[in-house]
Design a protein around this ligand. Structure first.
Ligand SMILES: *Cc1c(COP(=O)(O)O)cnc(C)c1O
Length: 403
């Protein structure tokens, strides 16, 4: 790779470094035969949904693994967040970070609850509790923290703050499956925690998610709500929706759980390769993980300081994408810059200086079982070259690429 010249970059018409696109969220699939066996069993039973045996087994296994009393398997994390919000009676305003996937905010807005966007701590990319405290009003009923990149929020501070202000506390743990905080698995904090098992997450059930809680009453409410409010045949006691996980999804989940350690091992090894490959490149900072905790090492997140690196984040992303390295600007431009929020709160950015700064600096790189040492060395070689030649590359670009 080191042999590419500027003119040979795919950005300028050269052959891409990779024949096939390398994606950030290429799904991990467990042992195909085990999966097929489970699907055969399911077809033999002709039990396809509605709390089937595989969903029940999946929920038990998750509860064991996470050390939490209740796990409710769900069709996806977005509906799970909506149901938790409703089951906890959150209304009015709920404080959330803007620097997250838009589903965190949409799950509130969809139900007529106002997401109030709060700034992050630039050191962690997570909700800044001092900002949260300032956003609390008489209309505030809850806080949804996001364990972004699998790194836990300021859980203790937020828990104390929620209790002191009589607020519900939920964590969007879509990124944090199989991660721990002070040795305790993510899943038992706050009133509830919500996981996503979407295909692009490192562990998937095609589409899916789960709600974890130690609260018995909340768990039974959630079980009713995700099944139209049915408490028994013909007996609806609650307004509900359809948030159920299907058997085929649970089959994928049970199979994926058997390979979970190896998915994580691959991610961790890849993370180390990136760490070595990017070491010492000026202006680049790789998001770090606490090795004394359990982590899934899914997210390879780079912060690009344009001044120091001599190349903008956007140009670096364009350059890599041309080489078929499908780097992404997660989470650009921040929820507050997306509709309907941008129109509702046109001045939100004034309260979100750190978010505004960060969304211009971050990028995610491919990880998972579809990349390995060799690809990562090439990717890092490209990045090193791009940074070393930043000025010349920018000079050759049409104006809109200069970022
Ligand atoms: C993926 C994701 C979601 C949504 O998950 P789905 O299962 O796709 O609905 C919510 N929040 C965050 C932070 C996510 O990354």
């Amino acid at each position: 790779m080191s042999s590419k010249t500027i003119a040979e970059l795919a950005l300028f018409g050269g052959a891409p470094a990779f024949d096939e696109k390398l994606h950030v969220g290429r799904p991990n699939v467990g042992e195909r035969e085990r999966l097929m066996g489970r699907i055969e069993d399911m077809l033999d039973r002709v039990w396809l949904s509605n709390n089937g045996p595989m969903v029940q087994e999946f929920e038990r296994k998750l509860a064991d693994m996470l050390g939490v009393k209740h796990v409710v398997a769900m069709c996806n994390a977005t509906i799970a967040l909506e149901i938790v919000t409703r089951a906890l009676g959150m209304e009015g305003e709920v404080i959330v970070p803007s620097f997250t996937f838009v589903a965190t905010a949409h799950s509130l807005q969809w139900q007529g609850v106002t997401p109030v966007f709060c700034d992050i701590d630039p050191a962690t990319h997570l909700l800044d509790p001092l900002c949260v405290e300032k956003m609390i009003t008489p209309r505030t009923t809850g806080i949804i923290g996001v364990h972004l990149w699998g790194r836990p929020c300021a859980i203790e501070v937020l828990t104390e703050m929620a209790a002191r202000n009589n607020l519900k506390l939920v964590f969007d743990a879509a990124h944090a499956f199989a991660c721990s905080h002070n040795g305790t698995m993510i899943g038992s904090f706050g009133d509830a925690e919500v996981f996503s098992f979407h295909a692009t997450k490192f562990f998937n059930t095609f589409e899916g998610g789960a709600i974890a809680t130690n609260n018995d009453e909340l768990a039974s409410k959630i079980r009713l709500m995700k099944n139209f409010g049915f408490a028994g045949y013909d007996n609806v006691i609650y307004v509900g929706t359809n948030g159920k996980m299907t058997e085929v999804c649970a089959a994928m989940g049970l199979t994926g759980l058997e390979s979970l350690d190896s998915f994580i091992e691959v991610n961790r090894a890849n993370y180390r390769s990136y760490q070595e490959g990017l070491d010492g490149i000026p202006g680049l900072k790789l998001v770090t993980y606490d090795d004394s905790e359990k982590g899934n090492y899914q997210y390879i997140v780079l912060e690009v300081d344009e001044r120091e690196a001599g190349i903008s984040r956007d140009l670096l992303v364009d350059l890599l994408q041309a080489e078929n390295v499908m780097a992404r600007r997660y989470f650009y431009p921040g929820c507050h810059q997306m509709e309907p929020y941008r129109s509702y709160f046109p001045h939100a950015r004034l309260l979100l200086p750190e978010t505004e700064r960060l969304v211009r600096r971050v990028m995610s790189l491919p990880n998972g079982t579809s990349v390995g040492r060799e690809q990562i060395d090439t990717i890092c070689g490209l990045i090193r070259f791009a940074v070393s030649q930043g000025k010349e590359i920018a000079a050759r670009c049409p104006a809109e690429n200069k970022g």
